[in-house]
Write a protein that binds this ligand. Structure first.
Ligand code: OXD
Ligand code: MN
Length: 621
């Protein structure tokens, strides 16, 4: 592995400082030789460097054993980092609260540190790698004094499979360790699979002072390195997820000819037992987890249709030998938004959280030592503690759970987990679906006319912002492929990579766009959503199999109203027509906004996409 010059220089300098300040005896207790889990010299020397920088009192390797997990839990109960919930009602479930200033991803403090600014692009924040190692090195320096550094070897993807990639996260947080043991495949088998190789992603996390002003989530794609400091919130500190499986992986995918996408993966099984797979990208907190685990409406259930969840957030996609696009979910669990999850909106998610789950920033129900959140049911607990750890009066009008409170739950506990979840080959994708939250512009569903047009459709995705990231809520922002905060390089190059991939997939999936959120003049959602979204997915699959016609419009192929199955729904054909209407006026308004957005991305937006935009403008008239 090539260390960036800046990194090498800075770390050597820090270690020299350390050597001068600390006598040999003080360094003995951070000697990892006591507890070697590997002889891999790349791993060991990197850990030595990071330990010399952060100065933990000791180093503990996470081996993935139940015994070690229990010991860590006991320590976390003792310090209050974790609260043990009612083990009869919620076996192996725990509650954690983050600092009140640390409840969401911080995009404005997230950086891509490539040696050339233009390689990070205009959408990402950029810092020069040398400057960044220097700046953050100062924040990390001595940050683990008096604490333990945990070494977590983890695999994104089934350990040892062709799709899988290995990371090692160094952290001072037991909460991070316990979450990583759910969200990834972690432990000794991973370090064994790594062997002598230098091919792993180096992640360093320290909570430090949890100071918002000194909070940084930084990526060095050229060094396979991620540094995160001054946060304890999942999206910022579970480095396998957004940082590795999207930002670093998207960079690797571009280099190596595959794709890392912010997509759920689901399978629809027909009465004949045949399963077709769909992957779908929606911006954060737009219902990806709900769609991934949907319950088929009666009209399909009674015919024997079933829906299986392969993943709810991230897909890694590769071209298979059969010329189709194959996907795996590199994660091992779900880090889902709790509020709004209930037995109607997502029974499968709720049932998944009934055991082996870590809840973060939800209400602690003191009546029976369980948890509660807004939208769980209509019975908020009377004797309760809110997400900030304060006594909470449910009549007060204040929310008890943070809107971005989460559950970390094992995928294998999901009642509808796909039998292919652990498949090393992944699943073949028939359709790619993009979506957003748009009150007016986008119809319920439309199909692109080609891979290139589909790439264009993904590139102009837009949505209203939600609580998953810090910042204003309810503002429309463009979020290409739902990857705006997650592409580890220039967005124009990312679009180019999509176009290039299309040329390498002889049997490419068809690309669609959906919008469950169109509203009437009073602002009410017109489409029922949730399980009924399957009716739209069925049209999508029928299109993939050439089983149904469509109407060609300025934006692409739109269903004939009668081809959306409304049996059992309290909706008439006029309403479906309204949902499918192409609102030319709002599309024309959108064009100006898209042009501005492309201009902001800059000159690397591929010519093909400018051509698609011009053609759309011409078709709209
Ligand atoms: C997530 C997100 O947590 O997209 O999945 O913010
Ligand atoms: Mn996400």
């Amino acid at each position: 592995m090539v260390l960036h010059f800046g990194q090498k220089y800075y770390i050597i300098k820090l270690i020299l400082d350390f050597d001068n300040k600390f006598p040999e005896s003080a360094k003995m207790n951070i000697n990892q030789e006591e507890n070697p889990m590997t002889n891999n010299t790349f791993v060991k020397s990197w850990i030595d460097e990071m330990a010399a920088l952060t100065q933990p009192d000791n180093i503990v390797w996470i081996d993935g054993s139940e015994e070690q997990r229990q010991a860590l839990l006991e320590q976390a109960f003792a310090t209050g980092e974790m609260i043990k919930l009612n083990q009869e009602l919620l076996p192996n479930c725990y509650l954690h609260r983050t600092a009140v200033n640390d409840v969401a991803r911080v995009e404005h403090r997230t950086f891509i540190c490539t040696s050339k600014k233009e390689d990070a692009g205009n959408i990402n924040n950029w810092m020069d790698p040398t400057e960044c190692y220097d700046k953050l090195g100062k924040l990390f320096k001595g940050s683990m004094k008096g604490q333990t550094m945990y070494v977590i070897p983890y695999s994104m993807g089934v350990v040892g499979s062709d799709f899988a990639k290995i990371g090692i996260e160094l952290t001072d947080s037991i909460y991070v360790v316990l979450n990583m043991l759910i969200m990834t495949r972690a432990g000794k088998e991973v370090i064994d699979a790594l062997g002598d190789s230098a091919d792993f992603i180096k992640g360093l996390h320290a909570r430090a002072e949890l100071d918002e002003e000194k909070r940084y989530i930084v990526h060095f794609p050229e060094d396979n390195t991620i540094w995160s400091v001054n946060s304890g919130y999942g999206g910022n500190v579970l480095l396998g997820k957004k940082c590795f499986a999207l930002r670093i992986a998207s960079y690797l995918g571009k280099k190596e000819g595959w794709m890392a996408e912010h997509m759920l993966i689901l399978g629809i099984e027909g009465p004949d037992g045949d399963v077709k797979y769909i992957s779908a990208a929606f911006p954060s907190a737009c219902g990806k987890t709900n769609l991934a685990m949907l319950i088929p409406p009666e009209v399909y259930a009674k015919k024997g249709y079933k829906v299986w969840c392969v993943g709810d957030d991230i897909a890694w996609l590769r071209v298979g030998q059969d010329g189709r696009l194959w996907a795996v979910n590199p994660e091992n669990g779900f880090f889902g938004v709790a509020p709004g999850t209930n037995m109607k909106s997502n029974p499968n998610a709720l049932l998944t959280t009934k055991r082996d789950t870590i809840f973060t920033n939800v209400v602690h129900n003191l009546e029976n030592n369980t948890v509660w959140w807004e939208g769980l049911d209509k019975n908020p607990p009377k004797n309760a503690v809110n997400w900030k750890g304060e006594p909470w009066d449910c009549e007060s009008g204040e929310k008890g759970a943070h809107p971005n409170s989460r559950f970390t739950a094992l995928a294998q506990n999901c009642p509808c987990i796909s039998s292919e979840f652990n498949s090393t080959a992944g699943v073949p994708i028939s359709a790619i679906v993009f979506g957003g939250r748009r009150a007016k512009t986008a119809p319920l569903v439309y199909q692109s006319t080609s891979w290139q047009h589909g790439t264009f459709v993904g590139s102009i995705m837009a949505s209203e912002t939600t609580a998953a990231a810090a910042g204003a809520v309810g503002v429309v922002r463009r979020d290409p492929m739902a990857m705006r905060p997650f592409v580890g390089y220039d967005m124009g190059d990312y679009f180019q990579h999509w176009l290039d991939m299309g040329k390498k997939i002889p049997n490419a999936p068809k690309i669609f766009h959906v919008n469950w959120f169109r509203t009437d003049d009073e602002g009410h959602f017109i489409w029922p959503g949730f399980g009924d979204n399957m009716r739209v997915l069925m049209w999508i699959l029928a299109r993939c199999e050439d089983k149904v016609d469509a109407v060609e419009t300025a934006i692409g192929f739109v269903p004939k109203a009668e081809d959306i199955n409304i049996e059992g729904l309290d909706i008439d054909l006029d309403t479906i027509n309204e949902l499918l209407r192409v609102d030319t006026a709002s599309w024309k308004e959108d064009i100006a906004n898209i042009k501005e957005f492309y201009a902001m991305i800059g000159e690397r937006v591929p010519a093909e996409l400018h051509e698609e935009l011009a053609a759309l403008e011409a078709r709209l008239g």
